[in-house]
Design a protein around this ligand. Structure first.
Ligand SMILES: Cc1ncc(COP(=O)(O)O)c(C=O)c1O
Length: 376
């Protein structure tokens, strides 16, 4: 059954079918965002405990989301924050090799580029099918490979990588840190970092997790956190209260992943709203969210009008919530996007194709409208 979403997300005239770009805020999250603005208009309303309580709540909720101990969650402002932390904190030296994926989203690539100045070599493994394949990874590994970084769902193809199979290839090979970018997957499917077998998960919070922009997190395997060669001294993470200076200045060694949180971790403008958004998804249940989203994807694929070709996977574990369609001559993507817009449908355009990415806020009528607009 497809959920009725207006209570959770509000009722809109238009259909937002572009979560792969930005997810909409649920009502409860919007309430939290409004409350943050009200508090800031009258700062007496901001209790000092909020500086500790806001990150504590968010870390707990994100831990539940990915099946991890909250103490293993790094709070960030983007996907890049976690990748940058890893690129700088892993002991990578002259001669070491990082494997990336050809065609991956730039956020998975750029954070590693500064390592080249240290003599670390970056190689991009081809992903002709649209996602990194275990046999291609196997063929690319060398005895210098220290890190593999891949998206779970690929932003430009809609293909889902078989993460446990890729991790197995790395484990059979040796000591490799497996870093997964879950930005286009987490929030659209159940996620358990232990079942995936990975070493690190990074994700933004503003797509399938329906949070405000400038949100993101990383989960790090505890041994990985301990081995990071990177220390920061952020005052708010180090103290237990803000009314008095500490008796002595020493970096704490009990912070675990929180030692690497982004500065201004008590981001009162974005984090309370993001926490509520993730809590909404958890309350619905990620199994149910996945079922709902996949029914909408079924509807799009089965109803695709003649004159359109599906370019993302039609079925099976490679399919995601990103549906890529391409017009056959004589239609064009530009004309179709104008028709969609006129019909009140907001879709994306990527690599010369229309990208449709429905999520829990969408209903079957949104897909009907989308298909009708594509048909003309
Ligand atoms: C796979 C993927 N990773 C990351 C991002 C965003 O990166 P960041 O959160 O660092 O802005 C996007 C899209 O914007 C994406 O599609």
């Amino acid at each position: 059954m497809v959920l009725s979403s207006s209570e959770v997300f509000g009722a809109f005239d238009r259909a937002w079918v572009n979560t792969a770009h930005q997810g909409p805020l649920p009502r409860a999250a919007a309430e939290a965002a409004r409350a943050s603005v009200e508090d800031k208009l009258d700062p007496r309303r901001i209790p000092e405990e909020a500086f500790f309580e806001v990150p504590r709540m968010l870390r707990g909720t994100l831990g539940r989301l990915v099946g991890a101990d909250p103490a293993e969650i790094v709070l960030g402002n983007s996907t890049t924050y976690g990748l940058d932390l890893l690129a700088h904190g892993l002991h990578l030296r002259d001669g070491d090799e990082v494997l990336l994926v050809e065609g991956d989203f730039p956020a998975s690539i750029y954070p590693w580029l500064p390592l080249q100045r240290r003599g670390v070599s970056l190689r991009r493994v081809p992903a002709a099918s649209g996602a990194l394949q275990p046999e291609d990874l196997q063929a690319a590994l060398t005895d210098r490979t220290r890190v593999v970084c891949t998206s779970w769902v690929f932003s430009f193809t809609g293909h889902t990588a078989d993460v446990p199979a890729l991790v197995d290839v790395c484990r059979d090979h040796g000591d490799i840190t497996f870093v997964l970018n879950g930005s286009q997957a987490v929030g659209a499917r159940p996620t358990d970092v232990h079942e995936l077998g990975i070493d690190a998960l990074v994700s933004c919070g503003f797509k399938w997790l329906c949070g405000p922009y400038a949100t993101g997190f990383a989960w790090l395997r505890p041994e990985l956190t301990q081995s990071l060669d990177y220390e920061q001294g952020y005052w708010l993470a180090q103290v237990d209260e803000i009314a008095n200076p500490p008796a002595q200045y020493e970096l704490r060694d009990d912070l675990r992943a929180a030692a690497y949180d982004v500065f201004c971790t008590a981001n009162l403008s974005t984090y309370p709203a993001w926490e509520r958004a993730v809590a909404v998804l958890l309350d619905i249940g990620l199994d149910q969210v996945q079922r709902h989203d996949q029914l909408l994807v079924d509807q799009l694929i089965e109803g695709l009008p003649t004159g359109w070709r599906l370019r993302s996977p039609a079925s099976g574990p490679e399919r995601s919530t990103l549906v890529f369609v391409e017009p056959e001559h004589p239609d064009t993507v530009d004309r179709a996007l104008v028709r969609l817009d006129t019909a009140g449908v907001d879709a994306g355009e990527r690599t010369g194709m229309v990208r449709l990415s429905p999520h829990i806020h969408n209903i079957t009528e949104d897909m009907d409208r989308t298909l009708a607009a594509l048909a003309r």
